[in-house]
Design a protein around this ligand. Structure first.
Ligand code: CND
Ligand code: ZN
Ligand code: ZN
Length: 375
């Protein structure tokens, strides 16, 4: 029975309050309005940014349906939609590409003016929501809300991908893989023969390792307090892995000694002030580039003396690996199909959607890299 033109009742994971488990609820998903797309989700990954909302590290309005690393099939489209049609395999884009704003028109940068990661948001572009649960409107999350059997997104926040793509794998291109990989190849622009340090070897950091290797780095040093991540990091290209807890001195000093003055490129894929500073300090003071990938705690500040940059260091950051999403995601999917990079080693667990809280427990315990939930 066709669902097009009807309100859909389906299951979704609703976060009602901070620091509480997700509640699997029946929600109503309204019709897509003009320039909107309703998607039947097939799979969704769990990323640490979702967990940051649960803990309040990333401030977003509640109640909310989280999830931003999914893949699905277009169920129906609103008036005026031209870039996707029902039946298309798609990936929702938490960083949209409107194609018209100053950022979209600039060859540099990718944070389209239609979405800012730093503002609460929580609605469609028209300021309203398409989700209702127990009679209450439920907020959207960064244009995606993939923790629902059906979701509605703006057309600028979704892209068609190759019909041959295995959705249970390429969903990672919706966030973790592209964020990490792009941080190495687009944002830092890692050079052949260089030395890199990657702080945090979760789904994002390991994808950075893959990117550093693809860019031809000669040395890739993984840094994590969970030694359980080292084997996969080495499989994906890390040449050495170190645990800061094994050393008495700060880890940036250890890294400087290991590399004769500092690494060429460093990446922080954790989301902590102390490690963001350590990552900055471990890159060479004259030519090092340090990239902030991890989402830092909201409404707190890190005090840094600009002297750290005066000798020539570069400190930068990016969302979604600096990729202009609509242009890049279909190409990344094609590259995956052409076996230019692996995704399988990043997917350690596959669970039915209903076990979403188990998936978050695996993330917090450090036992998983990526858990993919299937609908
Ligand atoms: P995940 O939890 O899988 O990995 C984090 C890793 O960091 C784990 O292996 C931890 O053991 C390790 N770690 C924790 N504390 C320390 C420490 N003190 N020193 C060394 N290692 C430590 O997280 P993820 O890979 O899903 O996400 C990583 C960060 O990237 C997180 O902050 C997330 O919010 C952020 C992110 C950013 C973007 C973007 O567009 N910039 C997109 N998605 C996620
Ligand atoms: Zn734009
Ligand atoms: Zn993410």
């Amino acid at each position: 029975m066709s669902t097009a033109g009807k309100v859909i009742k389906c299951k979704a994971a609703v976060l009602w309050e901070l620091n509480k488990p997700f509640s699997i609820e029946e929600v109503e998903v309204a019709l897509p309005k003009a320039y909107e797309v309703r998607i039947k989700m097939v799979v969704t990954g769990i990323c640490h940014s979702d967990a940051h909302v649960v803990t309040g590290t990333l401030v977003k309005p509640l109640p909310v349906i989280l999830g931003h690393e999914g893949a699905g099939i277009v169920e129906s489209i609103g008036e005026g939609v031209t870039t996707v049609k029902p039946g298309d395999k798609v990936i929702p884009l938490f960083t949209p590409q409107c194609g018209k704003c100053v950022v979209c028109e600039n060859p540099e940068g990718n944070q389209c003016e239609k979405m800012k990661i730093s503002i609460p948001g929580g609605t469609m572009q028209d300021g309203t929501t398409r989700f209702t649960c127990r009679g209450k409107p439920i907020h959207h999350f960064i244009n995606t809300s993939t923790f629902s059997e059906y979701t509605v997104v703006d057309e600028i926040s979704v892209v068609k991908i190759d019909a041959a793509a295995p959705l249970e794998k390429v969903c990672l291109i919706g966030c973790g893989f592209s964020t990490g990989y792009g941080s190495a190849v687009n944002v830092a622009k890692v050079t052949p023969g260089s030395t890199c340090a990657v702080f945090g070897l979760g789904g994002v950091g390991l994808s950075t390792v893959i990117g550093c290797k693809a860019a031809g780095a000669a040395r890739i040093i993984g840094v994590d307090i969970n030694k359980g991540k080292f084997a996969t990091a080495k499989e994906l290209g890390a040449t050495e892995c170190i645990n800061p807890q094994d050393f008495k001195k700060p880890i940036h000093e250890v890294l400087k000694e290991m590399t004769g003055g500092g690494v060429d490129f460093s990446f922080e894929a954790i989301g902590r002030f102390d490690t963001e500073l350590e990552a900055l300090l471990c890159c060479h003071e004259a030519f090092g580039v340090s990239v902030v990938i991890g989402v830092p705690p909201a409404s707190q500040k890190l005090s840094v003396n600009p002297m750290l940059l005066l000798a020539g260091r570069t400190w930068k950051g990016a969302i979604f690996g600096g990729y202009k999403s609509k242009n890049s995601v279909p190409k990344l999917v094609a590259d995956f199909l052409a076996r230019k990079f692996p995704l399988d080693p990043l997917i350690t667990h596959v669970l039915p959607f209903e076990k979403i809280n188990e998936g978050f427990d695996l993330l917090h315990s450090g036992k998983s890299i990526r858990t993919v939930l299937t609908f």
